[in-house]
Design a binder for this molecule. Structure first.
Ligand SMILES: Nc1ncnc2c1ncn2[C@@H]1O[C@H](COP(=O)(O)OP(=O)(O)OP(=O)(O)O)[C@@H](O)[C@H]1O
Length: 235
């Protein structure tokens, strides 16, 4: 069966908490094969948007379709999600986590996961609780990127990783998703990731203020994404 090119379609997607419009009428289409930065200041709605796409939150109004379906059993099998905080059992060893993921996700590639682990010099026998924060993040990212998913939702994947490892991590992300998959990644480290981005989305107070290709930003605005962000969101 031929795949549809629109992987994510949101229409008026809205999440309200009391008086806060965490996400306000987001209408958006994301195509396959794209690396997209979801950018915005603290509290602008990035995590909310990612959780709505993942089905972890129910929208107040509006709809989201992933691969043509509402978040549910099918979309969980095609979406690989990296949360913004540690969620794994600390007492588990890295190799146990790999077994756990292999049992849980049919598309988990244990050989690939072990290869990445080796390159990053992390012992498969280490218990998570003995690892540093940044190393734990690397393990979480390895787990997420070792699935053959169609959509990778990565919430701040490089926040706790040292600058020297960031390039390796980004290259790991880049080389581990297939041509027809899409990566949506939220981060504050724009200068570090902008070389790999195809598109960016700016969120401000829950509202999407920009959805543009990085090439267009460079051509039309004559500046980098990092410079444009600093200008648009200057305090
Ligand atoms: N469970 C909740 N209850 C009430 N308000 C919430 C809840 N979750 C998020 N919010 C509010 O929704 C808004 C968007 O939050 P969100 O976490 O999506 O922002 P963010 O862009 O990911 O921020 P950061 O960059 O700081 O991680 C904020 O004003 C936040 O306080």
């Amino acid at each position: 069966m031929e795949q549809r090119n629109d992987l994510v379609v949101c229409e008026g997607l809205t999440k309200i908490y009391g008086s806060i419009r965490a996400l306000d009428s987001l209408s958006l289409t994301l195509e396959r094969g794209r690396f997209i930065g979801l950018l915005g200041p603290n509290g602008s709605g990035k995590t909310t948007a990612i959780k709505l796409l993942n089905g972890l939150l129910q929208p107040t109004s509006g709809t989201v379709l992933i691969d043509g379906e509402k978040p549910g059993v099918h979309t969980h099998s095609v979406v690989s999600y990296l949360p913004d905080r540690a969620y794994l059992n600390d007492w588990m060893r890295v190799c146990d986590l790999f077994d756990f993921f292999a049992d849980f996700y049919a598309d988990f590639d244990k050989i690939k996961a072990n290869d990445m682990l080796k390159t990053l010099d992390i012992s498969p026998l280490a218990r998570l609780k003995t690892l540093s924060k940044g190393t734990k993040e690397k393990v979480q990212l390895i787990l997420t990127m070792s699935r053959k998913a169609q959509l990778f939702l990565l919430d701040e994947p490089i926040g706790g990783v040292d600058p020297a490892a960031r390039d390796y991590i980004l290259n790991t992300i880049l080389s581990n998703y297939s041509e027809d998959a899409t990566v949506l990644l939220s981060t504050h480290l724009i200068a570090d990731i902008e070389r790999v981005l195809d598109e960016v989305i700016f969120l401000k107070n829950g509202v999407m203020t920009l959805h543009e290709s990085v090439d267009t930003i460079r051509e039309e605005h004559g500046k980098s994404v990092d410079m444009l962000f600093r200008e648009v969101f200057a305090c």
